[in-house]
Design a protein around this ligand. Structure first.
Ligand SMILES: Cc1ncc(COP(=O)(O)O)c(C=O)c1O
Length: 400
């Protein structure tokens, strides 16, 4: 009898881990590898946030906190939602987790019964389907191809809803495509949801501040207040505040679901680190001008990467509105032969070829549910990005 639980067979080993493991092995063997797979900013956490963490330690804030998060942090989150999104929550309607990922885990564990359906627009962030499966739910994928701007069309949402649908997960701007929903896009989706009262929306707004060219971010409960009572709004400090390692994400929603999420958390991690919570208070209440400065750099990198990838034979790279990813099509490379005589049959083959031939590590679209594409993170130095794109162009030219 195997010692490992059956539920582990429901989830797949991550293809993103496979590619980063291979990249690490090549690096260890002395190869010059450029990683374009990381989902985190290359900028350091701002000094005023680090200082707040040090001050909290010095004050002795090193003990357990409330499961849902410190009162100071929940107040800062309430203020953030009011200020940035026009949403009115009470501190009891806020739960702080160990990163945005834990909030998703808590919410799905707290709500899914066996067979409950979760609509996940594809391409998706890799964790949505697997957390759904671990919680006993059934992921229902809706294809959002490049032709639709990688966004879900209202008619496709309508067609995917069944009496078993419990959640729709939205993520704008998106990991892996950078696509972001305008107010009109979002309103078209919320109009569909108004007709289906059994469906709740989980909106993952992790990349809220990472938008370019004056794009106006919107979140579902702001666009359609009638959905407020069945919306879970997720956000966190990981990306915009350059705090991935601090592990602070937050959720806001009706008391009933927040209470249930806190119950799960009270029997797992209890809460995220007290010091990280103090740092997050400083992040949310403090100056945010560094975000605009970082975004100016990200936008320049985005434009560089889009231009250079579009010059590579066989690659077609749309220009997204947000996050720090591009999701080019590699359809024009499929079926071609490498200098070693191998035929590229999938985006996994393309990504393996880029790594083997030129030492560039990207993530295959198969990992995110829409092929043939690959994801490039431009959260790395401009110099490295230029070099990586030059190498990709060379690899494309070498195909026959
Ligand atoms: C769309 C999206 N949601 C959530 C997360 C998780 O963020 P955290 O590191 O705060 O758990 C990520 C991280 O990559 C993400 O891309």
């Amino acid at each position: 009898m195997p010692f490992i639980a059956d539920r582990l067979s429901l989830i797949k080993p991550s293809p993103t881990i496979a590619i980063s493991t291979k990249a690490r092995e090549l690096k260890a063997a002395g190869r010059d590898v450029i990683g374009l797979a990381a989902g985190e900013p290359d900028f350091d956490t701002p000094e005023h946030i680090k200082d707040a963490a040090k001050a909290a330690m010095d004050r002795g804030e090193t003990k357990y906190t409330a499961v849902a998060g410190t009162p100071e942090l929940r107040r800062a989150i309430v203020d953030k939602f009011k200020r940035d999104n026009g949403l009115t929550y009470t501190p009891e309607q806020i739960s702080v987790g160990c990163g945005g990922k834990q909030n998703i885990y808590n919410a799905l564990m707290a709500t899914l019964n066996p067979g409950d359906e979760v609509i996940i627009p594809a391409p998706y962030w890799v964790s949505y389907p697997d957390i759904t499966l671990l919680a006993g739910g059934k992921p229902v994928f809706v294809d959002c191809p490049a032709g639709a701007g990688f966004k879900m069309r209202p008619e496709d949402l309508e067609a995917a809803i069944t009496p078993r649908t419990k959640w729709l997960i939205l993520n704008s701007p998106s990991n892996p495509t950078g696509a972001a929903y305008t107010r009109d896009d979002m309103k078209a989706l919320t109009d569909v949801l108004l007709r289906h009262p059994q469906v709740w929306v989980m909106t993952d707004d992790m990349y809220e501040y990472l938008v370019y060219d004056d794009f106006q971010f919107v979140t579902p409960a702001q666009v359609e207040p009638a959905l407020f009572d069945r919306t879970l709004t997720l956000n966190g400090v990981s990306k915009a505040y350059c705090m991935t390692g601090w592990r602070v994400g937050y959720a806001a929603g009706p008391d009933q679901i927040i209470k249930a999420m806190n119950k799960i958390q009270s029997q797992s991690t209890t809460h995220t680190a007290s010091i990280s919570q103090a740092a997050a208070v400083a992040a949310l209440n403090g100056p945010r001008d560094f975000i605009a400065a970082n975004n100016a750099v990200f936008m320049e990198r985005r434009d560089l990467v889009v231009a250079m990838l579009n010059q590579a034979t066989g690659i077609d790279c749309p220009r997204p509105d947000g996050a720090f990813y591009v999701y080019p099509s590699c359809a024009g490379m499929i079926g071609k032969r490498t200098p070693d005589g191998a035929t590229l049959e999938s985006d996994a083959d393309v990504v393996a070829y880029l790594l083997d031939s030129e030492g560039v590590a990207a993530v295959p679209g198969a990992a995110f549910g829409l092929s043939p594409h690959f994801r490039v993170s431009y959260a790395t130095s401009t110099e490295l990005l230029k070099e990586a794109c030059t190498r990709i162009q060379r690899a494309c030219s070498a195909l026959v």
